[in-house]
Structure formats: structure tokens, C-alpha cells
Design a protein around this ligand. Structure first.
Ligand SMILES: Nc1ncnc2c1ncn2[C@@H]1O[C@H](COP(=O)(O)OP(=O)(O)OP(=O)(O)O)[C@@H](O)[C@H]1O
Length: 328
């Protein structure tokens, strides 16, 4: 099994632990490799086994002297459950990472998850950026997300669990084909990986290299807190990629409609939260705020052609001089 640990270069690690196949294996792999970490688990209370999974997490934490963070919540309905669960999960992780000064969030995503996502996006209509979603290393807010098992298949992970007699839980909702993800998993990704694991891994590697070459063309001229200013690449495709990635770090995903609108209107507020403006040679991305601005500053913002939706944030944070210096 290929375990990628090169990016873990700190003691401040938090493992997202669900008690399932992948995170149970990862717990013991990290222990084996003497990597220091704590764990976080969310109980959505939609399956009766979830209490036992939390007990298992507590048991492991106690035995191996780990701090454990538990969030107990009640998700009201199954509709759009995966999205709701993900939002709750990352809200909880964001809070823990910030409050306890963790630097890396470690998740147990693996190759089957990556192929499943790829195929789901592929059948929806997607470009390289959307197809490749599970990278070994990514960034969110002020922290890193690391996926050490992303090159290992479920089959390899199960073999590791068996060889080491490690307990884990099987989430029965994984068989429920009403979840689109499970439909893809059962009918396509698992079968393809059984037969073509090495080729699939190589293809992901080539595609990721292509994506890295594209990323080299992206130039960020200013990053201050949540304000980012990039050079306009004059290539719609690449500009959207820049915007997409920045929004992803902020926990937002651009819809097809929004993506077309940004390119058409050049100025847009996404989900009432983030302002995106493509103005001449630059792309501005920052939180969208509303507040009166003093008249003389308003004038200065206008003269310097600062995008309307970005003005308040730049004013509030005293970034105007820095922005002017950068764009002149
Ligand atoms: N309830 C949860 N609490 C904490 N972390 C979770 C939870 N559910 C998922 N994760 C994290 O997100 C990753 C991907 O989620 P996914 O739904 O694919 O995993 P899973 O099948 O529920 O669990 P596992 O990865 O342990 O088999 C998990 O590997 C785990 O690191």
C-alpha cells in the first residue's frame, strides 16, 4: 500500500476519523509511523451504529493518548444529506483547526473516492479542474489538508486492516444507490479499480502534472488576509480556474451558471459572500462587505478603479495604499 506522508512535517495534526475502513486504517498507520495527531469525529445520528463508532473513537483515543473532539448533531432529513454533512464536517474542522492551532487536517480519502468523483464529474460535464478533486495536498483557510491514502485502493486498505486485525465499521448507507456516489462506486469505480488500478493511478498522475503546468501560469500579485489579486491571464478558461480555486479555499463551489455570469458580467457576488471582479489586467477576489465609506476614500477608490464590490473590504482593512502600490 502506498502511504504518502512527505507533507506531514509538523506535530499539529488532526485526523478526521469516522471509524470506517479508511480512517481506521489511517489511524494505525500514523501510529506506526510515529506521527503525532489528535482525532475529530462527527456523529450525524442517522444510523444506529454511529454511537458505537463514536465509542470506538473514544476507546482508541484513550488507549493511544489522543485528544478527541466529538460533534453530535441531528441532520433533519436525508435530502441533500451528503452536502449538508460535508458543510457541517468542514465547519467543525475549521473551528478546531483555528482554535487549537492545528496545521494539518488529515483525511482518509483513497483512490476509489478519487475515481468515483472523477467519473461523477465526467458524466456531468467537467474540465480538468473539477475532475481532479482529491489531491494529496490542498489548502483551506489557513491550514493544509493532507490525504496520505489517496494512491491506495480500498482493496489494499482492507488487506492492511485484515493483516493487522484492526477493527472497523462498515457504513451500510454506502450500499444505498439512492446516493449518486454509491451508484457510481458500485457500478463503475470499484470494478474499474479491480482491473486497472495501476493505469488509473498513472493517468491521475499525468493529469495532475498537466494541471500543475497550467497553475504555473497563474500569478498572484497581492494576497492580504482574504483579499487576492491576480493577473488577468486574458484566457477565460484559466481565469475561471483561478476563481474556482480561490472560492474552493473559501468553501464555495462555482456553479455552471455563476461561471458563465462571471465571464459575461466581469463582476459578481457569489453566495452573498465573496466578490469576484475581472477588471482590465487584474482579477480581484475578496469578501463582500457593506458599510458606508467616507467620501474622500470613496473618491480615491474610484480614481484607482477598485472594483465596486471589493471597495468596502479594502477600505475596512486599510489595504488601499497596498493595493494602489501593487496595481500602479
Ligand atoms: N463522521 C465523520 N467524522 C470525521 N471524519 C469523517 C467523517 N466522515 C468522513 N470523515 C472523513 O472524511 C473522509 C472521506 O469521507 P467518506 O465519506 O469518503 O469516508 P467514510 O467512508 O465515511 O469513512 P472512512 O474513510 O473512514 O472509510 C474520511 O476518510 C474521513 O477522514
Amino acid at each position: 500500500m502506498e502511504v504518502l506522508l512527505e507533507n506531514i512535517n509538523t506535530n499539529k495534526n488532526l485526523l478526521a476519523f469516522s471509524g470506517g475502513v479508511d480512517s481506521s486504517a489511517l489511524f494505525f498507520i500514523l501510529l506506526e509511523k510515529n506521527i503525532s495527531f489528535d482525532i475529530a469525529i462527527i456523529n450525524y445520528n442517522i444510523r444506529k451504529e454511529s454511537k458505537e463508532e463514536v465509542s470506538y473513537a473514544k476507546e482508541l483515543a484513550k488507549k493511544y493518548n489522543k485528544t478527541i473532539f466529538i460533534k453530535d448533531i441531528q441532520v433533519d432529513s436525508f435530502s441533500n444529506f451528503e452536502k449538508k454533512a460535508r458543510d457541517i464536517r468542514y465547519g467543525f474542522f475549521d473551528e478546531l483547526m483555528e482554535n487549537h492551532l492545528y496545521e494539518n487536517l488529515i483525511t482518509a480519502h483513497q483512490l476509489n473516492d478519487k475515481l468515483e468523483w472523477f467519473l461523477m464529474q465526467f458524466t456531468k460535464g467537467a474540465g480538468i479542474n473539477e475532475l481532479l478533486s482529491f489531491e494529496e495536498l490542498s489548502f483551506r483557510k489557513e491550514y493544509k489538508i493532507i490525504k496520505p491514502l489517496i494512491n491506495s485502493s480500498k482493496k489494499d486498505i482492507l488487506a492492511y486492516l485484515k493483516a493487522n486485525k484492526i477493527k472497523y465499521f462498515i457504513d451500510k448507507t454506502n450500499d444505498d444507490e439512492n446516493f449518486k456516489r454509491n451508484y457510481f462506486r458500485k457500478n463503475f469505480s470499484n470494478k474499474l479499480l479491480e482491473e486497472f488500478q495501476e493505469g488509473i493511478k498513472r493517468s491521475f498522475e499525468y493529469l495532475e502534472n498537466d494541471l500543475a503546468s497550467l497553475r504555473d501560469k497563474i500569478v498572484c500579485v497581492l494576497k492580504e488576509k482574504e483579499l487576492e489579486i491576480y493577473k488577468n491571464t486574458k484566457d477565460d478558461n484559466l481565469n475561471i480556474k483561478i476563481i474556482d480555486e480561490s472560492l474552493k479555499k473559501r468553501g464555495l463551489i462555482l456553479t455552471k451558471k455563476q461561471r458563465d455570469e462571471v465571464l459575461k458580467q466581469k463582476e459578481l457576488v457569489i453566495s452573498h459572500r465573496v466578490a469576484v471582479s475581472i477588471i482590465k489586467d487584474l482579477i480581484y477576489i475578496c469578501p463582500y462587505e457593506k458599510e458606508p465609506i467616507p467620501k474622500e476614500i470613496k473618491e480615491k477608490l474610484r480614481i484607482n478603479k477598485i472594483p465596486i464590490n471589493c471597495r468596502v473590504y479594502i477600505y475596512q482593512n486599510n489595504f488601499l495604499e497596498k493595493v494602489i502600490e501593487t496595481i500602479k
